[in-house]
Write a protein that binds this ligand. Sequence first.
Ligand code: COA
Length: 254
Amino acid sequence: MQRYNVNEITTSKVGGVLSIQLNRPEKKNAINKGMYVALNEALIHASQEFDIRAVVISGAGAAFTAGNDIFDFANTDDAPMDDSAPGFQFIKSLHNFPKPLIAAVQGSAVGIGTTLLFHCDAAFATPTAEFSMPFVTLGLVPEAGSSFLFPRLVGHLRASEILLTGRSFSASEALEMGIINKVVDDPLAEAMKTAERIADQPPTSVINTKALLKSSNHAAVEAVMAAEGELFRLALQSDEAQTAFMKFLSRKAK
Ligand code: COA
């Protein structure tokens, strides 16, 4: 039985690099439940396959991703209501992924599209890329450990201003804050080049170095993710969130 549309997440292996592409361009690569299942499977496969030395994640079309599918958020059958939900499993896989993960961002990177970058080992974006974490605007709370990782990266005041207003920020601001490595016209080419360089390095040394770089934060991020998850699930059922979802879903009907 097919559990998801296999075409919405595509993978290809080039040398030692697995390229994962979000491929739902007509919905700005909004990530639905099935896509989380596929992403999760791709990361598990990549972690187990010795020949895969690095992973590149990118989006097809104009956007990196518009974040979680809001229709799924609004629909209790598909909303991430417990730890076993594919969305939460994906976040966990990201956090525990042992090999280098490199992102190529163009256009919008909303919600998980920005928070997944905090788990990446390198990230590149176009000059017009736009980042946002509108959790508060949607009546939700931050996820993927971002309430811990973002302020650690940019300082409390900057993180709180961005998270509490839900405002978006540009590629140059993301660069200045250290969320991306470089602003480039072709982030996918840059990401592939970096991944290939890493793939040429001794693999055990790469894995151990990534683990060491993450080790001081690993347990703390896990604890924060658990707390975020509890509040997120409560928030999903709140009137504030349901009103915000309906506002988005009905905007074109007006
Ligand atoms: N969930 C479900 N569908 C989404 C979506 C999402 N997160 N983001 C975009 N879409 C759909 C739109 O409903 C639209 O579908 P339609 O053509 O059937 O009407 C299509 O994708 C294109 O989106 P559109 O809004 O027309 O594109 P845009 O270029 O004007 O704007 C965004 C792009 C990303 C800025 C805008 O779509 C947006 O704000 N999306 C919601 C982001 C969000 O809040 N995500 C949740 C984060 S936790």
